[in-house]
Design a protein around this ligand. Structure first.
Ligand SMILES: [Zn+2]
Ligand SMILES: [Zn+2]
Length: 144
């Protein structure tokens, strides 16, 4: 990534002369760091709400091994298409499985997804969701 030239200016938040690190919003480093941490906190609260909601409305059973799930853990909700590669699908109503901790680990890290019981259904969903991603991401952007 190329870094633009940093110039001095009046920060739009603290209104003092500073090096402006966020050019569009005219923010100094301190104010921009504050903006980012506020954003991260909101993201974390949104995540928590979503994970709890999808878990509560599920039947609280691992879709892979049928184990009953006790209590609540974010790890019980497994994204099918990852949040990293498909950020707009972070809260997509179809883009998750309810899995116990072990099966979630298998899905994420074993490199052996195709041997899982959930694979045939997920494979279909992956094709469907990938095909619609760009349009979905565009609509999401227009809404916010
Ligand atoms: Zn500032
Ligand atoms: Zn399981």
């Amino acid at each position: 990534m190329a870094f633009g030239k940093i110039e001095k200016g009046i920060c739009s938040a603290c209104e003092s002369e500073q090096w402006i690190v966020h050019k569009n919003k005219k923010l100094c480093k301190k104010c921009n760091d504050k903006r980012k941490s506020t954003k991260a906190n909101k993201r974390n609260a949104d995540d928590d709400k979503w994970y709890r909601e999808v878990f509560e409305k599920s039947n609280k059973t691992c879709e892979e091994c049928s184990k009953q799930l006790q209590g609540f853990s974010r790890s019980y909700v497994s994204h099918i298409l990852s949040k990293g590669a498909f950020p707009s699908y972070r809260y997509h109503p179809k883009n998750y499985n309810i899995l116990c901790y072990e099966c979630h680990q298998t899905w994420e890290f074993s490199g052996n997804r195709k041997s899982m019981n959930i694979w045939p259904k997920n494979e279909e969903l992956i094709y469907e969701l990938k095909a619609k991603y760009h349009e979905y991401a565009k609509n999401l952007k227009n809404q916010s």
